[in-house]
Design a binder for this molecule. Structure first.
Ligand SMILES: Cc1cc2nc3c(=O)[nH]c(=O)nc-3n(C[C@H](O)[C@H](O)[C@H](O)COP(=O)(O)OP(=O)(O)OC[C@H]3O[C@@H](n4cnc5c(N)ncnc54)[C@H](O)[C@@H]3O)c2cc1C
Length: 469
């Protein structure tokens, strides 16, 4: 039986970031990765500024500087009818970046394998969690046909949205399949705003596009469940929201079958993100529709939150994990609610959502501050639920203004009732978030004396690990 302080299941963005974070704290880390082929995956390729910042803070500055990445300055949102494009900029002086998924992720794994105290084992799959309590975990993994058992003080499940380890831990999950994403590459000269992520909204299907290599752009088309590349070939009118040159490039790319990548878009939400001495990070903890392109930034944010929590409560893993869960929750709640609200606003064809789209168009056209505030929410720079609810209400007010405007593009007053109803979930989310924050503040106050003892150095992580084995 082998022993280590931490086992991380998964060597994607989340697993690599956590390995770096915990090696910085002096923990010994065993990272096991089952080895998904990232060259064939359709997944994260645009990283917002907070993600870039967190990666640098985790010591990946040399990796970021070594990427042949393309700068991103915000989103360019193209509305289908009326046909208009609006730019949502990041804050002044900050940029995100975009590059092909394998080129982004593989150097992180390579870099982390050189960190002090980190052992990376590829083609190694966690197969069972045999024991998990506040004192540690015992798990099994298979590597090159051999089964191994390992005992650890902490298990980090960074094994992606379908997370087998989450199930092994018995953590309940909410799962909903939303749609199918089809991805192709085209000449990046087809993009109208080369340094922006593109959103094509209000057509029969929603689409995203951004440059991922010099001269190459990824286009992702969100198709109804059960669709395939053939669906798009047979119904080219689905792509009408794309400008004609881009539409033609996508049509040609569909003819080159091996170049087409598919992925499912899902909501996967874990009921809790920690149990005993195990914790969930990245997509294993929460995954939503990728239209905000915030998944990887969220992975890196989780890694930093976990690092800060373990540093804050040395020798007290359970308290640290509880703190981690509270620390990450507000931003996650906002991210997931925003993705759901925007997906409806961008893709649904009913009257209420048409009116909301016209509200977004009107708001962003008339308020540069509003465009920046929306981008801050989209990029996870702004994590507060109440800010999201405030922005949503402003958009609803602009939707009414658009409805009453003389050119009549905002739709009829019949849309008023569904429009108002759509504001219910963000408002309820804000109230729930406020109640939860007060509860967790009270909870922390009541337990503070115990934390203070642990903080004062009554047990170091290494001593606690040794005595807990
Ligand atoms: C179509 C699409 C487009 C996206 N676009 C963006 C974008 O532009 N920007 C953005 O930020 N995000 C985007 N995302 C989301 C982003 O890809 C994810 O948030 C991110 O990859 C999650 O990283 P992760 O490390 O949590 O999981 P993953 O990247 O899924 O990695 C999980 C790892 O765990 C390993 N594993 C699985 N099971 C086991 C096991 N039993 N034992 C050991 N290892 C195991 C796998 O081999 C894999 O390497 C997109 C997602 C999709 C589907």
């Amino acid at each position: 039986m082998g022993d280590t302080e931490v086992v991380i299941a998964g060597g994607g963005p989340a697993g690599c970031a956590v390995a770096a974070a915990l090696s910085d704290l002096g923990w010994s880390v065993l990272l096991l990765d089952a080895g998904v082929d990232r060259h064939k995956q359709l997944a994260g390729e645009l990283l917002h500024p907070p993600g870039v910042r967190d990666l640098r803070a985790l010591g990946f500055g040399d990796v970021v500087d070594g990427w042949a990445a393309h700068p991103v300055r915000g989103f360019a949102v193209r509305f289908h009818a009326p046909a208009r494009t609006l730019v949502l900029p990041y804050g002044r002086g900050v940029t995100g970046l975009s590059l092909e998924h394998a080129a982004l992720t593989l150097p992180l794994l390579e870099s982390v394998s050189r960190r002090r105290g980190v052992t990376v084992c590829t083609r190694a799959r966690v197969t069972a969690v045999e024991h998990n309590c506040e004192r540690g975990v015992r798990l099994r993994y298979s590597h090159e046909g051999t089964e191994h058992t390992v005992h650890a003080r902490l298990l980090v499940a960074a094994d992606g949205r379908a997370s087998p380890v989450r199930r092994m831990l018995g953590i309940a999950e909410h799962h909903q399949r939303l749609s199918t994403m089809l991805g192709v590459t085209v000449d990046s000269a087809c993009l109208t705003h080369p340094e922006h992520g593109h959103q094509f909204v209000g057509g029969a299907v929603h689409a995203l596009a951004y440059t991922i290599q010099p001269g190459v752009a990824r286009v992702m088309v969100d198709l109804p469940l059960g669709s395939t590349a053939q669906t798009l070939k047979e119904q080219p009118e689905l792509l009408l929201a794309l400008p004609s040159r881009l539409r033609e490039a996508v049509r040609q790319a569909l003819e080159q079958r091996p170049a087409v990548r598919m992925a499912s878009n899902d909501d996967w939400l874990a009921e809790t993100v920690w149990m005993g001495s195990a914790v969930l990070v990245g997509d294993a903890a929460a995954c939503c529709h990728p239209l905000t392109a915030s998944g990887m930034a969220s992975c890196f944010h989780d890694a930093r939150a976990l690092q800060e929590s373990l540093d804050r409560y040395p020798g007290h893993v359970a308290r640290a994990l509880e703190h981690y869960a509270h620390a990450r929750r507000p931003a996650q709640r906002t991210r997931v609610a925003l993705a759901s609200a925007l997906y409806s606003a961008f893709a649904r064809q009913d009257e209420g959502m048409h009116a909301l789209r016209m509200g977004l168009l009107h708001y962003w056209e008339h308020s540069p501050g509003g465009a920046r505030a929306s981008m801050a929410l989209l990029s996870s720079e702004e994590p507060r639920m109440r800010v999201m609810a405030r922005e949503y209400l402003r958009v609803v007010a602009h939707a009414f203004a658009a409805m009453l405007s003389p050119n009549g593009t905002g739709g009829s007053l019949r849309s008023a009732a569904p429009l108002l109803r759509s504001a219910g979930p963000p408002l309820r989310g804000t109230v729930a978030s406020a109640v939860e924050q007060v509860g967790s503040w009270l909870h922390r106050r009541v337990r503070r004396p115990v934390y203070t003892l642990a903080r004062a150095g009554w047990a170091s992580p290494r001593r606690a690990f040794a005595s807990n084995r």
